[in-house]
Design a binder for this molecule. Sequence first.
Ligand code: 5RP
Length: 292
Amino acid sequence: MADQDGLKVAKDYHVEEAFANNGGFYVKGAGSLDWGMKKHLANIFDPKSGNTVMFAFDHGYFMGSTAGLERLDLVIPRLMPHIDCLMGTRGALRTCVSPDNRKAIALRVSSGSSMLNEDLSHEVVAVDIEDSIRMNADCMAVQTFIGADGQLSSIDNLSRVINAGLRYSIPTLGVVAVGKDMERTDRFFKLATRIVAEMGVQLVKTYYCDNFEEVVAACPVPIVVAGGKKLPENEALTLAYRSIQGGARGLDMGRNIFQSEHSAEMAQAIRQIVHEAYTDKQAWEFFQDAIH
Ligand code: 5RP
């Protein structure tokens, strides 16, 4: 392992230069993958915009019934027309989502946390590759805790899922967690997203931060941005707009959709930013027109 003496600070991200090695396939870093992997990624990322609207409702895996998700069976069908990808647990999908939907599936496969324990950083791989195949998953989501006590075990979980995913051509979604003690800086996200990408995931979920375009430039696979805690709708739309402008290939919002009083209109407004190049102001006007 390279020693850390005299490490130079990385600074040449060439953010204006497009990713150079795509091998003709539109999803970043996937040029050398096989047909099956590419098909799953094409199910997630729209070939026209290259982007995705993921709706995250996997919070129950460690938060139980979260505000706004008390009734998954009622919430999800209402949002279905406006999203591209369902991010949930196998329990939520099998019990509350009809299999006749045509959406991509981001299956939450890591687990082991709950709101009752302080340290959320120790998880296991809870869903095996056979059940991911049964669920027709288009990617398998694994929480990674870079810099936390559970770092080694979370990278071990991630590597096991990547290895199985490569065997059966199912992409892995590396979820960069930010525990309460973790810094939400570009320095942390550059480190964490790059580590996860170098472990071999096909896509990464993380949070927006300052210098986000450098985080994107340094990550050789697509990044989707999690919404985080509930914001006023106009601020959430600005977060979505800045993420896409900064190079994110989509949003994976949960609370900023399902905790909005107008969740369907919020999903629609986010879709306008992700796929129709709306600015946040245009999306905000769209949202206000839709709710009145
Ligand atoms: C929960 C998750 C969520 O998928 C992710 O945080 C997106 O949801 P939100 O926009 O509510 O943050 O990983 O563990």
